[in-house]
Design a protein around this ligand. Structure first.
Ligand code: ACO
Length: 435
């Protein structure tokens, strides 16, 4: 079959170049511009990567116009309803749903690698008492490579797999310890009898002086949120992990860089920002004023938890989590907490408002995850940490896919230079004040 091509013509010179089109298995095709600069002398310019496919990946598919999300071909709705986070983790890593024995082995491996070295535990004492848990998480995850030299040879597939298992297994422990340290409570060791999310809840909320029972609704809600957050193709943090990894950095360092990218309010930090925004709004009677601010171009305020770069239709994850949100609120929602009523009213009003309808700004997954976390008693500064635990699976799967590619190269974007032209150095004594 003849390869589809696109011809690009420079209208000033009449010179043309024929570029091949690369087709995926589904979704839009991409013009392969890798020869463009060498043969045509132009770079392409796409700030924010709105039309740029940075890689080819077989892990996650999103159709933003239709609101579709597939992990390895499986619709997110089916996985959220019928699967579990660890099974989804296996699927993302290995490409297929596990058979019973494969899953049992995987579950055993993850469960039996949840502890971290005692000396690594000591790292937490070095952080200031009110350190944001994301800050300590970035540091502790980044330092894992100093402890696990037997899984940092990225050319060895077995090393890569061990590193992947270690990160998925240890992330809840690292997350829970970040929290325990920030509230000055003793760390709780992982319990191998508990499932992945139950263990995380146990490590966060149990104290040595009391029995702690994990609530099944809380465990189910967390497991579902983790499934929804496990991967989301080339978002900012995943692209960061890939870019870090493309230079051959060890996987622990790469995941740590992903955590930093996730932290921002335009990405994973949005769930935390949602709750701050709801506190700022404070009362239902103030909603109209904040909606007006969100619409005002001269006001930087945005409705946190609304809008998405890719979904210009309802975020399919938001649809699933919305239902769970109502279930969780029914069981755990503090009726005296105005945050929950505010969230529901804001959602209702924004969905009817012309500004949001026109721009296709729907509530995203983070609008609801923040509210669920709050109802479960998870402190606000842990929201993005929870996201990081779930997304570690996606980061690791994407990193493994990239490193496993035979023609993998360092990622090196170009730029349009807009600074000074060449000029000569002036000695200090002869220099006038600039600016
Ligand atoms: N509130 C008010 N207006 C908004 C919002 C919002 N939350 N989001 C977008 N808009 C408006 C913009 O002002 C712009 O309006 P204009 O066309 O009149 O100039 C238009 O909608 C398009 O917005 P862009 O900024 O171009 O959209 P982009 O794709 O770059 O941004 C983003 C997407 C960052 C998610 C944005 O919608 C936003 O800031 N949302 C709030 C933060 C948030 O919830 N982030 C979580 C994303 S989900 C995740 O990471 C898991």
């Amino acid at each position: 079959m003849k390869t589809r091509t696109v011809t690009l013509t420079d209208n000033a010179t009449g010179k043309s170049i024929e570029l091949p089109v690369r087709e995926g298995s589904t979704g839009p095709a991409a013009i392969d511009i890798s020869r463009l600069y060498r043969e045509f002398g132009y770079l392409t310019y796409d700030p924010g990567f709105q039309s740029t496919a940075s890689c080819s990946s077989g892990i996650t598919y999103i159709d933003g116009a239709e609101g579709v999300l597939l992990y390895r071909g499986y619709p997110i709705e089916q996985l959220a309803e019928r699967s579990s986070f660890l099974e989804v983790a296996y699927l993302l890593l290995y490409g297929e749903l596990p058979a019973r024995e494969q899953f049992a082995t995987f579950q055993h491996t993850i469960t039996h690698h949840t502890m971290i070295k005692e000396s690594l535990r000591g790292f937490y004492q070095g952080f200031y008492h009110d350190a944001h848990p994301m800050a300590s998480m970035v540091g502790v995850v980044g330092s894992l490579s100093a402890f696990y030299h037997d899984s940092t040879d990225i050319t060895d597939p077995r090393h890569r797999e061990i590193a992947a298992h270690r990160m998925i297994a240890k992330m809840p422990t690292i997350a829970a310890y970040s929290y325990k340290y920030s509230v000055g409570e003793p760390f709780s060791y992982p319990q191998n009898s508990l499932g992945y999310c139950a263990n995380l809840l146990h490590m966060m909320f149990s104290v040595p002086s009391e029995e702690y029972h994990v609530d099944p609704v809380a465990q189910k809600a967390l497991d579902m949120i983790f499934i929804l957050h496990a991967d989301h193709e080339q978002n900012a943090s995943t692209a960061t992990v890939r870019l870090s990894g493309s230079s051959g950095s060890n996987p622990f360092a790469c995941i740590s860089s992903g955590i930093t990218a996730l932290w921002g309010p335009a990405h994973g930090g949005a769930n935390e920002a949602v709750v701050h925004m709801l506190s700022e709004i404070g009362d239902v009677k103030n909603i109209a004023r904040f909606i007006a601010r969100a619409k005002d171009r001269n006001d930087p305020f945005r409705l946190m938890g609304f809008g998405h770069r890719v979904y210009k239709n309802y975020d399919p994850r938001a649809k699933i989590i919305r239902k769970m949100c109502h279930e969780v609120l029914e069981k755990f929602g503090d009726t005296n907490d105005p945050c929950f009523e505010l969230a529901m009213r804001l959602e209702e009003i924004a969905l009817k408002d012309e500004y949001f309808i026109e721009r296709k700004l729907y509530p995203n997954v983070d609008f609801y995850s923040g509210i669920i976390y709050r109802a479960l008693g998870i402190p606000v500064n842990m929201f993005t940490v929870m996201f990081a635990v779930a997304r570690t699976v996606g980061w690791v799967a994407q990193w493994m896919e990239m490193i496993g590619e035979p023609d993998q190269r360092i990622g090196r974007p170009r730029q349009i230079y807009s600074g000074s032209q060449r000029r000569d150095y002036v000695p200090l004594a002869e220099r006038a004040v600039s600016g």
